[in-house]
Design a protein around this ligand. Structure first.
Ligand code: CO8
Length: 259
């Protein structure tokens, strides 16, 4: 049997997805995207899911882009279908009700950068390299880059990266807000374990509500977004999680949130 293109492991409800085509630097082809889509559908149906971490196999690359060999001979209609498949898959990731974190461990280019942008946030090893080099191939980003990149780092910086196709290192990615944290490559695994521990231990309903409030609120007027926060905040007092969290504080013990 051939090896899975998306490997899945799990600890305390925190699922780690590893994109597994290291010989092609984990480039995204339609087979891998199809597998990712199926895995995400399974995850979306779970109410015990706490968080998702997504990374690339090997120590050289997160994802080096969409698969150029698969794309080269496509007609416009086939190119549209390929882009639509990726956009739909990334939407599934974005719409998971739990935090999704990209663990960027090397090349994060083109469709790889667009995948990281569909995650809630990204952390990177110091060898990571980011860019949208599509113009060097005679196309524009087609997996969401022209829309999610300016929303994350501002239109001027997005235009700089997309029109020059230049690559930036993890330090610059940190400075412009493309990644939240950067660690030496040897410490990325420790950071992943720390994130797994934190996201697996904190109040699961509170974490889901926080993601819902932030995502839904972005597209709203501040007044209605604040009203949404108030509703979700109050709803938190309807379940056992708030009582456990506050009782644990007052009892001077760690909280034990039921899964
Ligand atoms: N697609 C297919 N294969 C790839 C890709 C890719 N994106 N990137 C690397 N590979 C393969 C190489 O062909 C090579 O294969 P082989 O060993 O069989 O020759 C193997 O991975 C290793 O790559 P290199 O030998 O090139 O490794 P280096 O360390 O010398 O270089 C780089 C690493 C700098 C990452 C280099 O491989 C590179 O520049 N890759 C392409 C990066 C790129 O341009 N990415 C953007 C792709 S376009 C895109 O993502 C647009 C999405 C929108 C699509 C719209 C839908 C139609």
């Amino acid at each position: 049997m051939s090896e899975a293109l998306v490997s899945v492991s799990e600890h305390s409800g925190v699922v780690r997805l590893t994109l597994n085509r290291p010989k092609a630097l984990n480039a995204l082809n339609s087979e891998l995207l199809g597998e990712l889509e199926r895995v995400l559908d399974d995850l979306a149906a779970r109410d015990d899911l706490r968080a998702v971490l997504i990374t690339g196999a090997g120590d050289k690359s997160f994802v080096a882009g969409a698969d150029i060999a698969e794309m080269r001979d496509k007609s416009p209609d086939e190119a549209r279908d390929f882009a639509s498949q990726a956009l739909a898959t990334f939407k599934r990731l974005e719409r998971l009700p739990v935090p999704v974190v990209a663990l960027v461990n090397g090349f994060c280019l083109g469709g790889g950068c667009e995948l990281a942008l569909a995650c809630d946030w990204a952390v990177a090893s110091d060898n990571a390299l980011f860019g949208q080099p599509e113009v060097l191939l005679g196309v524009i980003p087609g997996f969401g880059g022209t829309q999610r990149l300016p929303r994350r780092i501002g239109p001027a910086m997005a235009l700089d990266l997309i029109t020059t196709g230049r690559k930036i290192d993890a330090q610059e990615a940190l400075r412009v807000g493309l990644v939240n944290r950067m660690v030496p490559q040897a410490e990325l695994e420790t950071l992943a374990e720390e994130l797994t521990r934190q996201l697996g231990a904190n109040g699961p309903q509170a974490i889901r509500a926080a993601k819902q409030a932030i995502h839904a609120g972005q597209g709203q007027h501040l007044d209605s977004a604040l009203a949404l926060e108030t509703s979700l905040f109050a709803l938190g007092f309807a379940g056992p999680e708030q009582r456990e969290g506050m009782s644990a504080f007052l009892d001077k013990r760690p909280p034990d949130f039921q899964r």
